[in-house]
Design a protein around this ligand. Structure first.
Ligand code: NAP
Ligand code: SF4
Length: 687
């Protein structure tokens, strides 16, 4: 057996100003939405303390506004008074009790604000906010600097170890540092030194007010990814200027919120933007932190050992697993619940006004709620039938709570629908979820019965205390004449590799799986053609990603952009739905736009308002509105949703038993891994 990786660099301490952090991990800032809830500070304290207990060396809170104009919305977190500072004290206290350190992020949202009083460097609105900002007067800019410093001082009074000055992602400081939205003629506009004056003065005056003990981190936009963004030499000059002004450490951000390049979604290759951090690292004397799509200790260790950065920032990975560091240090990285970059329960929840959580870890953000679950009274014998997402979550949680769990799965391996998801290009992170469940079932002693489909009699005879039915779904067969034509296949046949598609394909059904199938089919590129560059040859990897999204690694590229190059796929694909609306409404808020844009670039055709008539040798006969059409295609893939697989549950009930039915077996509509894992975990907490 090979020895587990040691993660020597990742786990080594690091000096940051007057502080030493116990390892090289930073839990980066996230909007949590917890602050606005009842017992918000208590929830935040529990949330951060759990991450510190799991080994996160340094934590940065979500952003706090230093004045009313800085607020993202009227209810956003703020730190403007000693009373507010006092109320926050439990947060640093809880983190310190677990051996961690914590900084408060000071954030001015500038022209991104959703308030009546929004301001900016100039009156230039952002493309993602219809409100026009009022230009700050020169005196108001100096006042804003004072407000930053006052907020930092209040953070220290609250017990934080210091502050992160938020100057990336396109917020106010970025709006001053670039020409994109700064056309001022005073000392804060024009020359580079003038545009950099706001952040430099914030750091200089904060250091002067707080003294050497406070840890000051500067979150630098290493790559703006917007037109009119800063070229690398300006980014480096700013890094050097804030170092000289007194910053202890530079953290990095990539892409403004209005950027048209995805920077954290699953389709971004891991650590894709490290090149931009590395060139800053080479130009400064203080430590540098790299971020974005770093989600395993292997990736983190490799970056740190290469010298590209001194520390890694991981935000979502600490939502997915609070014990990330502890498990890596214990030599069990295989038991880390890895962030799959889906954004479904973190960012998408926040965009929908809900507090953040995590698809793979429903406990995240709900630490107090899960604490209230009663401890098991006795060891129960639990049968779980179906090792998809719902069954796995239930089995592992029940076993973790001390119960004796037998997990049945008809297939030769675990994973269920997760195995289809991981076949989709860009969704490879789902491999990690299956790997996690494999390791955890083994670690918790779940008795795995693969290739077994127990009947109701067998389960009844075994006298389990609980029978959980997680038998999942079966694909829906729409009523279309000719569905048995050899051109037709189900999505599972295609994604599992059992069948191959031809060059011209129609997809019936434009839900999440229809889009996944389109991605799968359009991934393979035509062998020749000018558009398919050397980078595109592999159709994957960082080079291909940069080429397709127009990311320029050359240091003189403003904002790090160049014209994108559309690859030419092997197939032509048409995605169909009956509803008249534009397809893709059900895709994730923070990932759907990128997926739609990528598929459009790859030539995906969509048709809405379809009525399917029949399938024959000529292809798919349909009506689009009133117009009759025939799609002359080689393959028709059915992605028309699913129905619950209830055979076992029905048989158990007919024997007078009361199985607990979860996941797709309970409700096929809107089934996804998010609901399945949440439901499985919560059920197991009741045993
Ligand atoms: P779905 O989202 O329910 O979509 C099914 C599609 O089939 C719809 O476009 C529907 O639209 C069409 N349809 C339904 N009944 C039909 C019929 N009788 N004949 C023809 N067309 C029919 O299901 P799914 O795509 O299979 O996805 C299943 C679950 O997995 C969803 O909850 C989804 O959220 C989740 N998932 C999510 C993602 C993601 O990116 N977040 C990816 C994959 C899966 P019309 O009725 O208008 O034709
Ligand atoms: Fe990561 Fe998805 Fe969890 Fe967000 S919801 S932390 S992206 S796994």
């Amino acid at each position: 057996m090979t020895a587990p990786p040691a993660f020597t660099t990742l786990l080594s301490p690091l000096r940051l100003g007057a502080h030493t952090v116990r390892n090289r991990t930073l839990m980066g800032s996230m909007h949590t939405g917890l602050d606005g809830l009842e017992r918000g500070v208590e929830r935040l304290a529990a949330f951060y303390a759990e991450r510190a207990r799991g080994g996160a060396a340094l934590i940065v809170t979500g952003g706090f506004a230093m004045n009313l104009e800085a607020l993202l919305d009227d209810h956003g977190p703020r730190l403007m008074t000693p009373e507010q500072a006092h109320a926050l004290r439990p947060i640093p206290h809880a983190v310190h009790a677990e051996g961690g350190k914590i900084l408060l992020q000071v954030l001015h949202t500038g022209r991104y604000g959703k308030t009546a009083q929004l301001v900016g460097a100039s009156s230039i609105p952002s493309p993602i906010n219809r409100r026009v900002p009022r230009t700050l007067s020169t005196a108001e800019v100096w006042q804003t600097i004072d407000d930053f410093v006052n907020c930092a001082e209040l953070a220290m009074q609250a017990g934080f170890d210091g502050v992160e000055v938020m100057a990336s992602e396109g917020y106010l400081i970025n709006q001053f540092t670039t020409t994109r939205c700064n056309n001022r003629t005073d000392e804060f506009g024009g020359s580079m030194a003038n545009r950099h004056r706001l952040p430099v003065e914030i750091v200089r005056r904060t250091r002067r007010r707080l003294g050497p003990e406070a840890l000051i981190m500067y979150r630098l936009s290493a790559l703006d990814l917007v037109e009119g963004g800063a070229p690398a030499h300006e980014v480096i000059a700013l890094a050097q200027a804030v170092e000289a002004a007194g910053a202890d450490v530079i953290n990095t951000g990539f892409g403004w919120h209005e950027a048209k390049v995805p920077t954290i979604a699953y389709l971004v290759p891991r650590a894709a933007f490290r090149f931009a951090a590395a060139r800053i690292k080479r130009a400064i004397g203080i430590p540098l932190i790299v971020s974005n799509r770093i989600n395993t200790p292997d990736v983190a260790e490799e970056i740190l050992a290469s010298g590209d950065a001194d520390m890694v920032s991981m935000a979502r990975p600490f939502l997915a697993d609070a014990d990330f560091v502890r498990k890596a240090a214990a030599g069990r990285p295989d038991t880390i619940n890895t962030c799959i970059a889906c954004n479904q329960a973190c960012l998408d929840f926040i965009f929908n006004g809900r507090p953040t959580s995590c698809l793979v870890n429903p406990r995240a953000g709900r630490e107090l709620e899960f604490l209230q679950m009663p401890a098991p009274k006795a060891k129960h014998r639990v049968a779980v039938v179906g090792a998809g997402a719902a069954g796995l979550a239930c089995a592992v949680t029940a076993a973790e709570r001390g119960h004796e769990v037998t997990l049945y799965e008809a297939a030769p391996s675990i994973g269920g629908q997760l195995n289809l998801a991981r076949a989709v290009p860009g969704k490879e992170e789902f491999h990690e979820l299956v790997r996690y469940f494999e390791a955890r079932t083994e670690q918790e002693g779940v008795q795995l019965r693969l290739g077994q489909r127990p009947g109701a009699d067998e389960l009844a005879a075994a006298k389990f205390d609980h029978i959980v039915v997680a038998t999942g779904v079966r694909p829906r067969s729409p009523r279309i004449e000719g569905l048995d034509h050899p051109k037709v296949m189900g999505y599972a046949d295609l994604l599992s590799g059992r069948r191959q598609a031809g060059r011209r394909v129609a997809i019936i059904g434009a839900g999440g799986i229809g889009f996944d199938v389109a991605e799968y089919l359009l991934h393979e590129l035509a062998p020749h053609g000018a558009e398919n560059s050397a980078d595109h040859g592999a159709a994957e990897g960082v080079g291909a990603f940069f080429s397709e999204w127009g990311v320029d690694t050359a240091p003189d590229a403003p904002g790090g952009l160049k014209p994108p190059l559309s690859p030419r796929p092997l197939r032509s694909v048409t995605l169909l739905q009956r509803k008249p609306e534009k397809p893709g409404r059900t895709l994730g808020l923070s990932t759907g736009w990128a997926l739609r844009a990528r598929l459009e670039q790859r030539g995906l055709q969509t048709l809405s308002g379809c009525t399917y008539e029949r399938i024959d040798d000529a292809g798919l006969h349909l009506r689009v509105g009133a117009e009759a059409r025939v799609l002359d295609v080689d393959t028709i893939v059915i992605c028309a949703g699913q129905e619950s697989e209830t055979t076992l549950a029905d048989a158990l009930r007919s024997q007078g038993l009361a199985p607990q039915v979860i996941g797709g077996a309970e409700l096929a509509a809107e089934l996804d891994a998010l609901r399945a894992i949440d439901q499985g975990t919560r059920l197991a907490m009741t045993f």
